[in-house]
Design a protein around this ligand. Structure first.
Ligand SMILES: [Zn+2]
Length: 432
């Protein structure tokens, strides 16, 4: 099913026309309502009239997280506070929190965007949706909640934590879909296996987001829980969850393009790059009223395609995220992403995808230790077997990362589990 065919199945010409009209209006709006944008446009000699359509978008200056921090808390808001009905704030994992706001219309658009993505995951009004994202300033909980309610589904707002209660509610209320981070769903899957209650559940779909995960991890979740797992993407600055999501063909995340215009640029030159090539994702919000963002640099690395999808939707799709340019580690001059470690480990049946990367510098040389949990089924006291497994993992990681890590096996369930975003990297080089 498609929630809004008139928008999700538009021809490319119609979509570009709609985006152009909305961009021209949005640029006029921010120029007159937000001093920060007006000054930035004036600094490059740009007036609203210079932007005549979506093809002129690259004339506009970029917006970054620093712009939000410099105008903290509400300096980029384009409406009076009386029109703002909701505030959220980013989790601030990489610095000071940033505050975002929504008008009533913004909330309505957000609800619909999330409802479109839930529909892609085959969720409808007869489903019971457990929301296990955090509720509060973080956009995950309330974003998923309002979208599922808008769809007409029955919402169970559990938020994070209290795994025992999560599973009791999931079973007793006949929960058919869950929204949470992929690492938390893996954690729940372990608890479900431990309690042996998989057959008592009627769970059929999961919509996971808020942290990068790999295609292998998605398949692993599907295998362990006998469900369909879908990816949902969003970031609080742009809106929250619901900016994009994947359909049953899992060939990239459909962008809600009538609200968000996506560009992929080279992180070095900031010039646009062709479809299919990986670069930094940049979003312009075409309809946001309270906090419009012009060419916002997300730091997320992905590629885009404009080819029509088998599901019938014509909206552009983002490929699975490679990670954030912020997450990228440079170890001995080589670019390393935690997602590469995760993908490699999921191919080795003797270990669980729980890992911790410890980066350090010893005698001016970068070192990488990867702690890996051995799967319970394969855990052995035989030193020889463990040595062979260490060698195998080292080889697989070396192939994937192009550097030789020191692999340390740890016993099952000893690495710390997370109920929010998982901690996968400790970079001791930054601690000195
Ligand atoms: Zn599709």
């Amino acid at each position: 099913m498609i929630w809004n065919e008139s928008k999700e199945c538009m021809s490319r010409d119609e979509m570009m026309h709609l985006q152009s009209t909305r961009l021209v209006k949005q640029v006029k709006n921010v120029y007159h309502s937000v001093e920060h944008y007006r000054k930035k446009m004036q600094a490059v000699g740009l007036e609203p009239g210079d932007i005549r359509g979506i093809e002129d978008i690259d004339k506009l200056p970029f917006t970054t997280k620093d712009d939000l921090r410099d105008t903290y808390p509400c300096g980029l808001f384009a409406v009076p506070r009386s029109e703002v009905v909701r505030i959220h704030a980013s989790s601030g994992t990489t610095g000071k929190a940033t505050v975002v706001g929504y008008t009533r219309r913004d909330i309505e658009n957000w609800e619909e965007c999330v409802a479109r993505i839930l529909t892609m995951a085959n969720i409808g009004s007869s489903d019971t949706v457990q929301v296990s994202y955090g509720y509060g300033l973080f956009t995950g909980g309330l974003g998923a909640h309002y979208g599922a309610e808008f769809l007409g589904a029955t919402v169970v707002p559990l938020s994070t934590g209290n795994t025992k209660k999560q599973l009791t509610m999931m079973r007793d209320l006949g929960v058919t879909a869950i929204c949470c981070t992929p690492s938390y769903l893996m954690y729940l899957a372990e608890a479900i296996e431990e309690q042996g209650i998989l057959n008592d559940l009627v769970l059929k779909s999961a919509i996971c987001g808020a942290e990068p995960w790999t295609e292998n991890m998605r398949r692993e979740i599907e295998r362990r829980l006998h469900i369909d797992a879908h990816d949902i993407y969003g970031l609080s600055e742009v809106m929250g969850p619901g900016v994009a999501g994947d359909c049953k063909f899992h060939t990239g995340l459909h962008i809600n393009e009538d609200h968000f215009f996506a560009e992929i640029v080279s992180p070095e030159t900031l010039q646009g790059i062709p479809d299919g090539e990986t670069g930094e994702l940049v979003f312009t919000t075409l309809t946001k009223e309270a906090l419009p963002l012009i060419r916002y640099r997300t730091k997320d690395l992905t590629s885009i395609t404009h080819e029509k999808c088998e599901c019938g939707r014509t909206t552009a799709r983002l490929s699975r995220f490679k990670g954030r340019s912020d997450d990228m580690l440079i170890i001995r001059g080589v670019n390393v992403f935690p997602s590469q470690v995760e993908a490699a480990l999921l191919d080795i049946s003797e270990v669980s995808p729980n890992y911790l990367m410890i980066v350090d510098r010893v005698d001016n040389l970068d070192t990488l230790e990867v702690q890996v949990e051995v799967d319970e089924r394969f855990f052995s006291d035989e030193i020889k077997e463990l040595e062979n497994l260490t060698k195998k993992i080292t080889h697989v990681l070396q192939q994937a990362l192009l550097i030789v890590p020191k692999v340390k096996l740890v016993e099952p369930r000893t690495l710390q589990r997370s109920e929010g975003k998982a901690v996968r990297v400790i970079d001791k080089r930054k601690l000195v």
